[in-house]
Design a protein around this ligand. Structure first.
Ligand SMILES: *Cc1c(COP(=O)(O)O)cnc(C)c1O
Length: 647
């Protein structure tokens, strides 16, 4: 049962809470990067500035449109215009830096397919990216096949990283024969020998790149894997040996690219600069060794400011896109010009920064468990244990001077009551009352904490312990795996009711009955918080939350924990007049789908269940009509969504 009194915040909405207050509370203007904001109705809206007059669209409107089309929550919503805008921003920012610096070559971006392999995302990048000759980076045979299926123009690059077998190499060589610039980036010397052999056998000259091992240590999550300990790339000696072996095979002219990938989500521009500087020296060294070169691929790493904090911490970044491009262009010029080496084609493999912004996970809240105590009597009931009276006295006494003592006393009397209960000397009613009064004491203390100069360590997590639990209709493991795997932070907030002050503080729990299936770290402008401000649920009304910037890495890393399957997915394209089209809709996995992934045969399961029902008819438990109804319910469930469904 929910009660109206708020927990952890001052009671009552101060007059005049406005959507602007919500913007400040959730920091949407900082992490939203101009794509997301709050409208005057208190709803999150999406908007893409494409130089035309684009009218913003409310996410709640889109959700209602999805509902009307039987696309239930949870759902991934992708905004096509945002993806297009990201591709344009990356290419145009490099073009501006190149023009401004008088750089004498071009930029060619490639999208690393592993960051989001979904067909419609890849197709959109290929379609929209063509105007910039934006290509693809493939790290496996399957990804190479995706890249080859998108070949359109002979100026877009395909860069192949990862370990390559003869079959992989043959495919790349055939594309090369048809005139497409497909690069093999070497991970090992062994691979080089296979490439030489296959290219001689097929009579097709390859384009070869070498992946260097950077000694630059980068900040952020992948700090451990950077520098000398990197598991990727050729050692400096191996790099020189590649040039030697190619020369011996008469193929040194094929060595045209240097590849350097510092790691993903590099939050510090100084690391980027050092990495580029080092890469340029390697590039110059290979030119000196006689390789023609011509392409400098700086890999991924362009960060996303998930926190909107503009700092060089793991989930943020201390630079802007323009600054990133200018830094790269300038560093290459400054290093190569004195050596009189021609400017190479600049290549980058930005994945995260290209796709993160365009997707969000939307879900509804199913239930809230709050920590509200039941009704507390003014005096101890007749016949209750003496500890109840003591607890009531503690509750009376809580103030800013006595809170520490009250905290200890309340826990002591509660535990003593539990002891009595274990020995059969206190009733269930006594125990319930003791727990409720203790909780009320904790809440009073919690409300005092903001006034205190110093909060004792043992009380620091009190507000988290007393916070609500909002049960969301989603699976963390399926839809937000990085939160579980690498403590990734994503901006999370309600998508409506933002004209009202959110008076509750809660953590989020997902549908899996796993204690890891929770979110209890939120990035807010005020700092990292263990709880998220949310609104009390209104009876009979859905409450929707959005997890933003989830377009990178989340969609395929997810798993089937508790057999929650793929969610529904909707791709929306916004028109200049504010109308929008559902350009694609995908229904998520049915229960039969996920069962078949783990080798069940839904038909066979129906047959087994039919036998159970038939047995129940024979033994007189159910009628034949009931049997039909039960079997129908079983069949309907098999075809249904794996998440909580509205009926
Ligand atoms: C993962 C990866 C990328 C993508 O990195 P982002 O930081 O997402 O841009 C690029 N290149 C290589 C070689 C990668 O392994």
């Amino acid at each position: 049962m929910r009660k109206p009194e708020p927990v952890g915040v001052t009671a009552g909405t101060p007059a005049g809470w406005s959507p602007a207050d919500s913007s400040a509370l959730y920091g949407i203007d900082a992490w939203g990067a101009g794509y997301y904001s709050i409208n005057e109705r208190g709803e999150v809206q999406v908007q893409v500035d494409q130089g035309e007059n684009v009218v913003p669209v409310s996410l709640l409107d889109i959700v209602q449109g999805m509902r009307a089309r039987h696309l239930d929550m949870p759902a991934v919503l992708r905004i096509r215009n945002v993806l297009d805008h990201r591709i344009a921003a990356l290419n145009e920012s490099f073009a501006r830096a190149i023009a401004a610096g008088g750089y004498r070559n071009v930029y060619r971006g490639v999208f690393p397919i592993k960051v989001n392999q979904q067909c419609h995302v890849i197709e959109e990048i290929a379609d929209y990216g063509r105007r910039y000759h934006h290509g693809f980076e493939a790290g496996s045979k399957a990804e190479l096949i995706i890249a080859l299926s998108q070949l359109r123009d002979t100026e877009s690059l395909v860069v192949c990283n990862g370990y390559k077998d003869a079959e992989f190499i043959d495919l790349g060589l055939y594309a090369r024969r048809m005139g497409y610039p497909v690069f093999f980036v070497l991970e090992s010397l062994h691979e080089l020998r296979v490439i030489i052999e296959r290219s001689q056998a097929l009579g097709i000259a390859p384009l070869i790149g070498v992946r260097m091992r950077s000694a630059v240590k980068v900040d952020g999550h992948w700090s451990q894997d950077s520098g000398d300990r990197s598991i990727f790339g050729l050692s400096t000696t191996a790099l020189l040996q590649v040039a030697e072996e190619l020369r011996a095979a008469g193929m040194l002219d094929c060595l045209q690219m240097l590849h350097c990938h510092l790691g993903s989500q590099v939050p510090n521009i100084r690391n980027v600069r050092s990495g580029v500087l080092e890469a340029c020296q390697f590039y110059a060294g290979l030119v000196e060794a006689g390789a023609p070169m011509g392409y400098l691929d700086l890999g991924g790493g362009l960060a996303v400011d998930y926190e909107g904090a503009s700092t060089n911490t793991t989930h943020s970044m201390n630079y802007q896109l323009d600054e990133y491009c200018v830094n790269i262009v300038e560093t290459v010029q400054e290093t190569l010009d004195p050596l009189a080496i021609a400017h190479p084609v600049l290549v980058s493999e930005s994945g995260r920064a290209t796709v993160a912004y365009s997707s969000m996970l939307l879900f509804n809240v199913l239930d809230v468990r709050d920590c509200m105590p039941g009704t507390i009597p003014a005096t101890a009931p007749e016949g209750s244990t003496e500890f109840i009276a003591h607890l009531l006295e503690v509750l009376e006494r809580v103030d800013a001077d006595s809170y520490q003592e009250c905290y200890n006393d309340a826990l002591f009397y509660r535990d003593e009551t539990r002891e009595l209960f274990h020995r059969g000397q206190a009733s269930l009613r006594d125990r319930a009352l003791a727990e409720d009064i203790c909780l009320a004491v904790m809440q009073r203390i919690n409300r005092l904490l903001p006034q205190l100069e110093r909060v004792p360590a043992e009380l620091e997590s009190l507000s988290e312990q007393l916070s609500d639990i909002y049960y969301g209709n989603f699976s963390l493991f399926q839809s937000l795996p990085d939160i579980w795997a690498i403590d990734q932070l994503f901006p999370i907030m309600p998508i409506h009711r933002l004209g009202e002050e959110p008076q509750r503080e809660g953590i989020l729990a997902d549908l899996t009955c796993d204690c890891d299936g929770r979110i209890d770290k939120f990035t807010l402008p005020a700092g990292l918080s263990s709880t998220l401000p949310m609104h009390a649920l209104n009876a009979g009304e859905d409450y929707y939350l959005g997890v933003f910037l989830v377009g990178a890495y989340q969609e395929t890393l997810g798993d089937l924990h508790n057999l929650f399957g793929d969610t529904n997915v909707v791709n929306v394209s916004i028109n200049p007049d504010g109308s929008y089209d559902f350009v694609r809709e995908f229904h998520g996995d049915s229960i039969a789908d996920v069962l078949s992934y783990v080798e069940y045969e839904p038909k066979h399961m129906q047959e087994q269940f039919r036998r159970v029902a038939e047995g129940a008819v024979r033994s007189g438990c159910i009628s034949v009509e009931e049997r039909q109804r039960i079997l129908q319910a079983f069949r309907d469930s098999l075809q249904g969504y794996t998440y909580f469904e509205h009926h």
